[in-house]
Design a protein around this ligand. Sequence first.
Ligand code: KDG
Ligand code: MG
Length: 412
Amino acid sequence: MIIEQAEVVVTSPGRNFVTLRLTTDDGLVGLGDATLNGRELAVVSYLRDHVVPLLIGRDPHRIEDTWQFLYRSAYWRRGPVTMAAIAAVDVALWDLKAQAAGMPLYQLLGGASRTGLLAYGHASGRDLPELFDSIRDHLEQGYRAIRVQTGVPGLNAVYGVAANQRADDTAGARYDYEPASRGAFPQEEDWDTRAYLRHLPGVFEAVRGEFGPELPLLHDGHHRMTPIQAAKLGKALEPYDLFWLEDCTPAENQQGLRLVRQHTTTPLAIGEIFNTVYDYQTLVTEQLIDYVRSAVTHTGGITHLRKILDFAAQYQIKSGMHGPTDISPVGMAAALHLGLAIHNFGIQEYMKHGTRTDEVFRQTFTWTDGLLHPGDQPGLGVTLDVDEAGKYPYERAYLPYNRLTDGTVHDW
Ligand code: KDG
Ligand code: MG
């Protein structure tokens, strides 16, 4: 078998997605997700201009060799653009290998280690009544674990609080949360860490009061605190028994997590913007985190993320793969196969795509009683309807950025 054709498909059925589509001389089609929210076209160019020409004629079975070739032969290593491009190739190759074997991909990764994957959804509200409604709605949808994001008095737009109508679904239905906005310039949001720190513990106290002690609750700090502020928040949230506190600091300063860890037993999750195992070395070997947030899509694919997760497993650290709507259905499917196979699965983020996206990407995963399963079709179990994809051309979109009340640019 050889790779005969490699195409990069860009489509925007509600939001932008970049997909690598490999076709073999046997007529098999393998898919890989290369979506990098707000910087999509950089990955398109990396793939189209530099990688696609190297793939034609290659043996698709040589996954590890192809990975090492793309990583090492570029000379310029790592970074989100490179690693998203390599991830797309890697996942498309795994998809092809599993189809050629006539097996769902998780079987090639060692077989199922569980019957389904615990998933969490995104509840949010500008105030408590809105937040409680959103949590009830998620419980009715079957979620058994819920991320809680809330408005902060005095701030106009806060990360994770659903602000938009669902762009591509039933009129009036609430869009869970899509931070990127279409247009020529990123939207500006405002931020005040002290106001947030004063407000958040009371919100979790109220949520526990309303929904009881058992429901696993998560929260995303979205990189906005210094280590000492994160330590203070983790400590203040201890009575509410969080499943995790995510991205409490911009964690490229891995050593900063030592300070956080010294002060709190609130479990910590980090890594959605990381792209290689090297971003985790201190965090893992010093056991400064509890969950690895990396997505297959942004971390060099299944081949590299599996290595990170095996490394983490030696330190009792589990997976908590990133799964917002900017991970395409192809990227989600890859996460589900990997999550089903590994021993140290923790939880999977699951936001659900809109109906138009689901028409472009036909999927076979299941969602039953709060548990996801990738399904038993050979390969990833996702097909791309190229005609449907062609109806939705790329639209320029940016993630927002933050300014503090005095105008200083802050982490978003
Ligand atoms: O593109 C950015 C989003 O993927 C990110 O803001 C979502 O933090 C996020 C999460 O935890 O889902
Ligand atoms: Mg996050």
